[in-house]
Every structure is written in structure tokens, then in C-alpha cells.
Ligand binder design. Structure first.
Ligand SMILES: Cc1cc2nc3c(=O)[nH]c(=O)nc-3n(C[C@H](O)[C@H](O)[C@H](O)COP(=O)(O)OP(=O)(O)OC[C@H]3O[C@@H](n4cnc5c(N)ncnc54)[C@H](O)[C@@H]3O)c2cc1C
Length: 431
């Protein structure tokens, strides 16, 4: 086979950009094919409601070594999301209020016990399928675990809210092993996990890192190119785009989310356990919502269990001098509770926070997005083996991406971690 390039990379999110940069630095000729008209994938610093907002992923942390090394490499400034003072939470449809510290205290015992065994089950978090401790647990959901803990109504509602928020899906659909993996990379400390998930961010947006990595990619990054077929042969890979162009390469790196795996034809097939994952999709089917509002004068957080439209809403920063503020929110079911108009958004928010009026909102429908069909990847029960089968596929087609990462799976960090590994694997294997 005559190769047009050494490696075709499918997708220009953080995994695709990073693997292209690394392979280029190793001397390989690379082309990146991206279906969207922008880089960044499920991160997107867009200007909405008059300011730059992260429509997708945003928070990072120094406990996430792969992304933090990029912060260091490119000297990127970081900024903080403030920790709230006051809190509201729903129990059985009734609102309770207190301080944010009280909110944490009321869920502390349940959250701690829900991942108590994480360090034992995932003793080596970056080798998630090492050992057998996880196998029996993988059939359980997070709700199964919460049911074992004999929590009172309030603690149960709060733990359900926190896990549904973490999964961006009702806790009943999320795998216990996924929760335990997040616990294990946070040293078993759920409050540290909370800090990692929602405190530090790029001052100039995730786009600042995406652009920095893009500038270090020596090959072409082609936008608006949809990859339709990947044909692995003994002497190379032929990648076919939706408009019929064929590109022959020594190898291919696929970084697309689990939710759209089924939209690409893999002529040599995917490993058996992975086919089921591709058919079923993972659990996160929720949304991120930004609101502009008035009526609160200090940072707050509010949480609700998974049958409510919003799992969480939190004050982010004051906006202008007129008493308005910007807050972020997450809901667990984008189809059941769509965010389409201001009146509906006001109803959702009003259930959780008293006395505030939403004046504007912004959201992106990731579940309806043909290049995502999900938000951040959170596995359902019985999917860990299938996803790791993709992550460790032999041959010339290699998977990288947050969805297939070993450590901080589903985070920006995981996208970068998996890309570093994929680049080195291909170099050893075919370059
Ligand atoms: C609402 C939301 C909030 C989040 N919050 C956080 C957070 O605070 N912190 C954090 O660390 N992570 C967060 N995440 C997760 C994080 O953003 C992602 O896990 C990470 O960015 C994924 O990177 P990736 O490169 O693996 O995949 P992607 O970014 O999805 O990149 C894959 C690329 O492949 C492209 N593609 C798909 N199909 C094709 C095709 N057939 N042909 C060509 N191109 C194709 C896509 O357009 C996409 O650009 C969040 C995600 C969402 C959606």
C-alpha cells in the first residue's frame, strides 16, 4: 500500500490534537480529520449572554497530572470558581436551606460510604481491569450501592443528587465501578473529587489550551470532514470520508465519543464486548445550562435528586453592576427536561432556589449533537470490559479519548492521557 500519510487522526478534541502533536514530535506525518467546523470537541469556549462561557468541559485540577502538565507547558493562567456560602436542597419535593458547609455535612457519611472500597477495588487506578475485584461489582448501579447504605431520606436524596450530578444522568443508570474509579483517582476522598470537578478553570477558556496544542501540530487539521469508514488491512489503513475521499495511512487513531461509534463503519469490526457498548451508548444524557439571573447577593449552591429537572445550580460570578450574576447548572435528562425557553428555565430554577429571576440562559444540546450524542462518558453497568477492549485494541487502529482513558476517564485529563499512550503505542507498533 502507498501511504498518503503515516497516521490519520479522527477528531480534533483534546485527544486528537494531543496525539497529532505527539506523533509529529516523533517525526510522523499526520493529518487530523474533524467533522465540526471548529477544534475542541466537547470543550467549547463560546460567547453567549455577552461573555465567554464553557458550553462543554471546563474545570481542571492539579490532581489531574496530564492536563496540568499542559497548563505548565503553555504557561496558561487559571482562575477559580468560588465556593458557595449558602445552600438549598430538595428532599421529597420540599426545599430545605442552610449553609453550603451544612449541605456537605448532611451528605458526607453517605458519600464517603458509597465509595468506601474504591482504593481496594481499583488499587491501581490506571490499570482499571487489573485484578478481579471489580468484576462482580460491575453489574451494580450507583443506586444499588446507595440502597445498601441504609440512609435516611435526606441523606439519600443528597447522595442521589450528587451522584446524578457526577454522572449527568440518573444514578440508577450509572455503573458503581465508574463511581469507584472516580473515587480511586481522588484518593477515596469525595470532597476532593468535588473540588477537582468544579473549582479551577482556564482563565482564558479551554480554547486557550486547544489553540496552543493546535499550534504545535505540524500536519493539517481539516475541519468539516466527516469520517465514514475505517478499513484496516495487513499493510495499512484506508480512511474514507463521507464525500468519498480515501486516505491511506500506516495507522489511524480514533478519538470519537462512545455515543457516535456506531456512525463509523469499522470494516474489520470492533472487539465483541465493545460492540455492545457501541450499540447501547453510555449513561450521560443530561445537559449543562448557564443562566443569567438576579435576586441572590451571595454565592449559593442548590441540589436536587435525579427525578428533578436540575441536579445542581451554582453561582459562578457577578455580572455587571446591576445586581445580576451568572450561574451554571446541570440536569440529568436532556430529553425529559429540555431547556428550550426562558419560562421553562425559570420554572426549573425556581424549584431549587427561592427568589431569583432568570433573565437569560445558554446551553448546547450535546445529546442531540451528531458528533457527541452524550456529554462526558459515564459507563453503565457491565461496560467496563468492553470499553477497555477498545482502549487496548491491537493492530493499526488505536482508540484514544476521554471515554477510553484509564485514569481520569471522562475528563479533559483522560483525553490527554489516552493520547499520550496512543502516540507511543503506534510508534512502537507501526511507525
Ligand atoms: C457539558 C460538559 C461538561 C463537561 N465538564 C467537564 C469538566 O468540567 N472538566 C473536564 O475535565 N471534563 C469535562 N467534560 C468532559 C470533557 O469535555 C471531555 O471528556 C473531553 O473534552 C473529551 O475529549 P476527547 O478528545 O476525548 O473527545 P471529543 O472532545 O468529543 O473529541 C472527539 C472529536 O471527534 C469528532 N468526531 C466525531 N465523529 C466524527 C467523525 N465521524 N468524523 C470526524 N470527526 C468526528 C468530534 O466532532 C470531536 O471534535 C464535560 C463535557 C461536557 C459535554
Amino acid at each position: 500500500m502507498n501511504h498518503d500519510v503515516d497516521v490519520v487522526v479522527v477528531g480534533a478534541g483534546f485527544a486528537g490534537l494531543t496525539v497529532a502533536r505527539e506523533l509529529g514530535w516523533m517525526g510522523a506525518q499526520v493529518v487530523v480529520l474533524e467533522g465540526r467546523d471548529r477544534i475542541g470537541g466537547r470543550t467549547w469556549t463560546d460567547t453567549r449572554m455577552g461573555e465567554p462561557l464553557e458550553m462543554g468541559g471546563g474545570w481542571i485540577h492539579w490532581m489531574q497530572g496530564h492536563v496540568w502538565s499542559e497548563v505548565t507547558r503553555y504557561k496558561l493562567p487559571v482562575a477559580e470558581t468560588p465556593w458557595p456560602d449558602t445552600a438549598h436542597w430538595l428532599v421529597g419535593g420540599t426545599r430545605r436551606s442552610g449553609s453550603a458547609a451544612e449541605l456537605l455535612e448532611r451528605m458526607n457519611d453517605g458519600m464517603r460510604r458509597s465509595i468506601e472500597d474504591c482504593m481496594e477495588v481499583f488499587k491501581r487506578p490506571y490499570e482499571p481491569t487489573a485484578g478481579n475485584g471489580w468484576r462482580d461489582l460491575d453489574r451494580l448501579s450507583v443506586t444499588d450501592r446507595l440502597a445498601e447504605l441504609d440512609l435516611d431520606d435526606e441523606a439519600y436524596a443528597l447522595c442521589d443528587a450528587m451522584w446524578s450530578q457526577n454522572f449527568n444522568a440518573p444514578a440508577a443508570t450509572g455503573a458503581l465501578t465508574q463511581a469507584l474509579r472516580w473515587g480511586a483517582v481522588s484518593n477515596g476522598d469525595w470532597q476532593l473529587l468535588l473540588d477537582i470537578c468544579s473549582h479551577w478553570r482556564f482563565r482564558d477558556g479551554t480554547v486557550s489550551l486547544a489553540n496552543a496544542i493546535r499550534a504545535d501540530v505540524s500536519g493539517d487539521v481539516e475541519l468539516g470532514v466527516h469520517v465514514a469508514r475505517i478499513d484496516e488491512r495487513p499493510d495499512g489503513v484506508v480512511v474514507t470520508t463521507a464525500d468519498g475521499r480515501e486516505i491511506a495511512a500506516r495507522a489511524c487513531v480514533v478519538t470519537v465519543p462512545i455515543g457516535v461509534l456506531g456512525s463509523i463503519e469499522f470494516t474489520s469490526g470492533l472487539p465483541q464486548p465493545a460492540r455492545q457498548v457501541a450499540a447501547d451508548g453510555q449513561s450521560s444524557q443530561g445537559f449543562k445550562l448557564w443562566v443569567r439571573a438576579r435576586g441572590a447577593d451571595q454565592p449559593f449552591i442548590a441540589m436536587a435528586p435525579s427525578d428533578e429537572p436540575l441536579a445542581l445550580i451554582q453561582w459562578e460570578h457577578a455580572f455587571g453592576d446591576g445586581g445580576e450574576f451568572t450561574a451554571f447548572s446541570f440536569g440529568t435528562d436532556a430529553r425529559k427536561f429540555p431547556v428550550t425557553d426562558l419560562e421553562t428555565v425559570n420554572q426549573y430554577v425556581g424549584r431549587l432556589v427561592p427568589g431569583i429571576e432568570v433573565t437569560d440562559f445558554a446551553s448546547h444540546d450535546w445529546v442531540g449533537d451528531p458528533y457527541a450524542r452524550q456529554t462526558w462518558a459515564m459507563l453503565r453497568p457491565n461496560q467496563l470490559e468492553g470499553v477497555q477492549a477498545l482502549a487496548t485494541m491491537p493492530g493499526r487502529v488505536t482508540f484514544a479519548g476521554a471515554d477510553y482513558a484509564r485514569g481520569w476517564c471522562s475528563f479533559i485529563d483522560g483525553a490527554i492521557e489516552s493520547a499520550m499512550r496512543a502516540a507511543r503505542t503506534l510508534r512502537e507498533r507501526v511507525l
